[in-house]
Ligand binder design. Sequence first.
Ligand code: FAD
Length: 552
Amino acid sequence: MVNSAILTVDDDPAVSRSVARDIRRRYGDRYRVVRADSGESALDALREIKLRGEQVAVLLADYRMPHMNGIQFLEHAMDLFPRARRVLLTAYADTSAAIDAINVVDLDHYLLKPWDPPEEKLYPVLDSLLEAWLATPEAASTETRVIGHRWSQPSFKVRDFLARNLVPYRWHLCDDPEGRRLLAAAGATEDDVPVVITPEGKALLKPSTAELAGHVGLATTPASDFYDLVVVGGGPAGLGAAVYGASEGLRTVLIEQRATGGQAGQSSRIENYLGFPDGVSGAQLTDRARRQALKFGAELLSTREVTGLEAAGPTRVLHFHDGTKIAAHTVVLATGVSYRLLEAPGLSELAGRGVFYGSAATEAPSCTDSDVYIVGGANSAGQAALYFARYASRVHMIIRAPDLTASMSSYLIDQIAQNDKVVVHPCTEVIAAEGDEHLERLTLRDLPTGVTRTVETSWLFIFIGAEPRTDWLDGAVTRDGRGYIVTGPALISDGERPHGWTLPRDPYHLECSMPGVFAAGDVRAESVKRVASAVGEGAMAVSVIHRYLEAQ
Ligand SMILES: Cc1cc2nc3c(=O)[nH]c(=O)nc-3n(C[C@H](O)[C@H](O)[C@H](O)COP(=O)(O)OP(=O)(O)OC[C@H]3O[C@@H](n4cnc5c(N)ncnc54)[C@H](O)[C@@H]3O)c2cc1C
């Protein structure tokens, strides 16, 4: 209970001290006793307690205080802590005001001053009020809290960022009672959401992801300006490179623009990764890999996007989006791929408000008993369908192909066939989305007949293949026509080494057209798009890096 408080407020310092002393003597080992000398300062203290996620068990307020009397104070206090028990301290002459207050602020008790001896007049009252308060417990919250709109892209982004970085948080709608109380405590309104309240009780209004990262313990700034190895991208390939690099003695920093885990971090169940016969969620795998990289001394930076790469003699220099730079002997590019956008009227306007790219696991509990639509027929879509089927009343998979066989692993096809809640709609496409505040309807077209129909739904999750986002590497390393990075022997064309290559050797396996820069995982041309191969390439890149460094 030490994170629950008993608050007393009295403008007479002597009375205030003596109430607090008596209360502390009996309850100080179980409750924090907070003392204030005016209604205003007591409300400030309550707001702070609210933001820190602590509870208030009992409020004792003197009736006669200037500016704000005890009843007015208790009325305001109820907006923040409606369950706290309320006691008015009164002189005999004010008894009738105290009796009136029983109706105004639902007073639990009034105490006549003086209350000596406390054993007879104060403690029995407080004992029974605390007993009543404890009978309907309300857990103190030491978690991060997010207050936002149900259908709002900024609110979704904040929750998604916290979830993907494995930061536990409690979510409150801004129009639910606790959401309103927290906004009031933060001095904020609905116009300021999303509001994030940190475990220390600091309120962040509409925070950027970098601001959030800083407050939830994620590093955003490199400790040094020169490293042996900079890894760009925190998916399985990047984490693999960071674990092997750091464990083999290289000063290693990994830079991630969003959240470590990459695509794999979004997977609800990876069933084909070696050593996990019962499958493993992307979040678990990411958490373990992160801890492993940190254990070996790698630095992991979040919310930092790399936007440029150049060679300065033997040094490789990477530019961040905010204009700062970092340099290293070697670089591993592990930037993976991102989902392609589905083009149809209404979809971009409703993104984050019912239309989501990837599995958006944070939304799953909200889909309970609803119809969910999934576009895509690859493994990622299949996993998502099975995951959402745990919550939704029905999951509809919209695929253009006549069946799933060409695009999905057979173990997933079998699981989908056995799941009564999942319905596959072959030869179908989404051609429009509509809704005012959020997604309400989709228009589907049957490809063979061209017949269209409209379905009511608030949930659409899109998994339609991915592409690398490597424009920032233009002119720095060779890429193929689709933007994938070309490495190793594939860079040799007609017996010629790549343009600008100055070393008297061919590029190593995984090495790019800029010596000392390597690519691993999905971003590499001709790579196998799997977690195991991405991790393997990250590890393999480090062994080639040792060879590169030895030859320098
Ligand atoms: C939902 C889903 C389920 C899947 N299930 C499976 C499965 O069951 N089994 C399996 O083997 N594979 C699965 N895959 C595929 C697998 O996740 C990928 O092959 C793997 O994640 C690729 O790893 P990667 O590190 O190469 O790239 P990614 O995982 O794509 O990670 C790249 C990272 O780089 C970051 N980044 C990109 N550009 C920059 C930049 N400029 N600056 C800083 N950071 C940057 C990105 O934010 C991202 O975090 C699944 C994929 C998805 C989406």
